[in-house]
Design a protein around this ligand. Structure first.
Ligand SMILES: [Zn+2]
Length: 492
């Protein structure tokens, strides 16, 4: 039986045996968030997918250096190098410093990922912390002749690059198609061709986020930071580059072009892309209202679902789909996952209380274990792994009901496998007290009642009672927020 790990390489469009460049070591780069708003649930899915991949590689014994950047400058509203910087725009709208925007949403991102029990990456570099490296990279690309300077901005020359090294390998887009499909330059642009992309942009006088460079006071293009940071921390060739499917083009395609323009060799061995998340059968979008933030799901304070779902249930739900398929989130599906998650967790608790028999085991433990590994070795097939875990749950329950037996030795082995897959590989955890609270509709009802009593107390100016309730709840990490439309609570 083949125990090799197979991964689906987007660059080849097929599954390949995974073989790391250096034995026992893996370098993995994943495009991180642009920190200008609360992290999107769809982005969480991408990062949970790569958390699974990171965890499984480590479980297999690899020493993994996992680099995931924070984009805190250079990401414009529009992919064609137009529009405002997303962070600068948010800062302008809220009359705060861009770095306040960055700080607020970096904290939100890390906090949300921690609640999903995602491990932090080995290195989390920021674009603004690597301006020097990005300027050096532009100089190298200019020296190779694949970039040009116009009016203080520097652009990558896609057509010239394509003459020497084919462009479009990852997305499968042909340069002729791109020329045909991109709209003509409007005369305002300095670019020679619309396919070209910015490496450095000269800042307009009102643009706050600017740095000195040999060409102008300006800022780096978005695609450049990932090339600069992945090269710095993982070298000019590394094993895995990941990100959401939507980043394949133009972002990842441009990363490849930038790196190959310098070295003329592929920077990445395996490109992995996680698919998107839809909500109630439709694309998630703030503009249509078909949207929900992770925090709103955990607290139950939203108009989409009738109850709260804990981070572990949402994580389990996401892992019940393969990372390359689209997954649709709905109340019904989440409720099913909630039941499944608790059934699995109950069985793990039950395992500790089982009395083994002397000799016999009514379960093919070795082949079951083999099946679990085979599932994960087939491009990280977590839904199949979970299905196998449920076979074990059935057996555990029937041993507990004294219908089947397990030997002492097999019990230990089953325990250690269940723990390894549940906690280590899938990254699930016992819900902590807060998460249990969020799961528990009885507690929610009690909280609603307390809020009502407190509101009545406030109306009759009985502030001693209303403060007593607020302070007592705060001690339990439940925060009451008084707003114009009444009071609400938040479980911290
Ligand atoms: Zn990137």
């Amino acid at each position: 039986m083949d125990n090799s790990l197979f991964v689906y390489n987007s660059l080849k469009g097929e599954k390949e045996v995974f073989k790391s460049i250096l034995p026992d070591h893996v370098g993995m780069y994943v495009c991180g968030p642009t920190v200008y708003s609360n992290v999107h649930l769809g982005n969480c899915r991408t990062f949970i997918s790569f958390d699974l991949i990171y965890r499984y590689l480590m479980h297999l014994g690899y020493k993994v250096r996992y680099v995931r950047n924070i984009t805190d400058a250079g990401h414009l509203e529009n992919d064609a190098d137009e529009g405002e910087d997303r962070i600068a725009k948010k800062a302008r709208l809220e009359s705060i410093e861009p770095m306040e925007v960055v700080q607020r949403y970096t904290v939100d991102f890390r906090d949300t990922m921690a609640r999903f029990n995602a491990l932090p990456p080995s290195i989390e570099p920021t674009a603004t912390g690597h301006i020097v490296e990005q300027i050096e990279l532009i100089k190298e690309i200019l020296e190779k002749g694949y970039a040009y300077e116009v009016n203080g901005s520097v652009y990558f020359d896609v057509l010239k690059f394509n003459k020497d090294i084919p462009y479009g390998k990852l997305s499968g887009r042909k340069i002729e198609e791109l020329i045909h499909n991109t709209r003509a330059l409007d005369g305002q642009s300095d670019k020679k061709n619309p396919q070209d992309f910015a490496l450095w942009k000269k800042a307009e006088p009102e643009h706050i986020m600017r740095w000195p460079s040999p060409w102008s006071d300006g800022f780096p293009g978005w695609h450049l930071e990932c090339t600069a940071m992945s090269r710095k921390y993982l070298g000019s060739q590394f094993d895995i580059h990941g990100g959401g499917m939507d980043l394949k083009f133009p972002h990842h395609e441009c990363e490849i072009a930038q790196a190959e323009s310098i070295d003329n060799k592929p920077p990445v061995k395996y490109w992995l892309h996680a698919n998107m998340l839809t909500l109630n059968g439709k694309k998630m979008a703030k503009s249509t209202g078909n949207n929900i933030l992770p925090d709103e799901m955990f607290s139950g304070q939203n108009n989409v679902f009738s109850k709260a779902f804990s981070p572990m249930v949402v994580r389990f739900f996401m892992l019940q789909a393969h990372y390359r398929s689209i997954v649709d989130i709905s109340e019904k599906a989440l409720e099913a996952s909630e039941k499944g998650f608790h059934r699995l967790l109950d069985a793990i608790v039950l395992l500790e209380q089982i009395t083994p028999s002397e000799t016999t085991t009514d379960f093919e433990l070795q082949s079951w274990k083999q099946n679990c590994y085979q599932a994960m070795n087939d491009d990280f097939n977590s839904p199949l792994l979970i299905a196998h875990l449920f076979e074990a749950v059935k057996f555990i329950n029937s041993v507990s009901n004294e219908k089947q037996q397990i030997s002492i030795q097999d019990l230990e082995s089953l325990k250690s496998s269940m723990h390894a897959f549940f906690f280590e590989v899938l990254g699930l955890a016992q819900p902590n007290a807060n998460q249990v609270a969020a799961d528990n509709s009885q507690l929610e009802g009690t909280l609603a009642l307390l809020l009502e009593i407190r509101n009545n107390a406030r109306v009759s100016k009985d502030f001693a009672t209303s403060d007593l309730i607020r302070d007592a709840l705060l001690k339990l990490n439940i925060q009451i927020n008084d707003g114009p439309e009444g009071s609400s609570f938040k479980i911290n």
